[in-house]
Write a protein that binds this ligand. Structure first.
Ligand code: CA
Length: 238
C-alpha cells in the first residue's frame, strides 16, 4: 500500500470508545482518520472533506444513519461502510439498498475492518476508471477467470458452459468482488428496476452456477452466500 498519498477515512460514530479505537487503528495503519460524533452536520463535513471512504454507525443519537447514506448518495459514489450493532438482516439489506457498499456488525475484528476498507478503496479506484474499463478486462480469483471481453468464465483454463443469465450473475458479482450484493440489487442490475423481487430465481441460478464453477458446491470457494442478504464474490487480497 502506497504511503505517499494517505487515504482519508471519515468516521461517523457516537460511541467514544469505538471512535478512539477506530481513530487509533486507522492512524496506525497510515490512514488520515477524521471523527464526527453526530449525525447533524455530518453531511456538510463529508462534503467539505471529500473522504476516500466513510465508516458510518447507523445508530446515531440524533439521526438514523440511513438518512446519511441517502444524503451522500444524492451527490457522491464515495465508499460507505456501515458499522452497526444492528445485526438484523433487514437492517443490513436496507442500508445496502440505500447505497452502502458494505457493512460490519459490532463487535468486529481489526483485521476484518481493515480488509473491508482496503476492498472499498480498491473499488473506488476501479470506479474512477469507470465500469467500461473494468468491462474490457478480466477478473482473476483462485483458478477462476472472468473474461469480460469474451463473455467467458474459465476454471483452471477450461471454459465453463454458463447460460447467458448465469454469466451475467457471475460477471456482475466479479465487478463487485469482495462486496456483498443484495438480492434486490442483483435483480435490479440484471433485469431492470421493475424486476421481480423474488429471490427464488436467483437461488435457482446460483445452484446451477455453483455446480459448474465450484469444486465443492456445498463449500463455495468463489461465490459466498450472505444468508438473507445476497451474495459476495471472493476477493483477491492483493
Ligand atoms: Ca451508536
Amino acid at each position: 500500500m502506497s504511503n505517499t498519498i494517505r487515504s482519508k477515512i471519515l468516521i461517523i460514530e457516537d460511541d467514544p470508545g469505538i471512535c478512539t479505537f477506530l481513530h487509533a487503528t486507522l492512524t496506525a495503519e497510515g490512514y488520515d482518520a477524521i471523527v464526527v460524533s453526530k449525525g447533524s452536520g455530518a453531511l456538510e463535513i463529508v462534503a467539505s472533506h471529500c473522504p476516500d471512504c466513510v465508516l458510518l454507525d447507523l445508530g446515531l443519537p440524533d439521526m438514523d444513519g440511513n438518512e446519511i447514506i441517502s444524503g451522500i448518495r444524492r451527490w457522491s459514489v464515495m465508499p460507505i461502510i456501515v458499522i452497526s450493532a444492528r445485526s438484523m438482516e433487514q437492517d443490513k439489506v436496507q442500508a445496502l439498498d440505500l447505497g452502502a457498499d458494505d457493512y460490519i456488525t459490532k463487535p468486529f475484528g481489526t483485521d476484518e475492518l481493515l480488509a473491508r476498507i482496503r476492498t472499498a478503496l480498491r473499488h473506488r479506484r476501479t470506479a474512477s476508471e469507470n465500469d467500461e474499463a473494468a468491462l474490457r478486462g478480466s477478473y482473476h480469483v483462485g483458478d477462476m477467470v472472468i473474461d469480460y471481453r469474451k463473455h467467458r468464465v474459465c476454471i483452471a483454463g477450461e471454459t465453463v458452459h454458463l447460460t447467458p443469465n448465469e454469466y451475467k450473475i457471475v460477471a456482475l458479482l466479479g465487478l463487485h468482488a469482495g462486496q456483498v450484493m443484495t438480492y434486490k440489487a442483483i435483480l435490479r442490475e440484471l433485469w431492470g428496476p421493475s424486476a421481480s423481487t423474488d429471490n427464488k430465481i436467483l437461488r435457482v441460478h446460483m445452484a446451477s452456477i455453483r455446480r459448474k464453477i465450484e469444486p465443492n458446491p456445498n463449500e463455495p470457494r468463489y461465490i459466498f452466500t450472505e444468508v438473507g442478504i445476497g451474495y459476495r464474490m471472493a476477493d483477491n487480497e492483493d
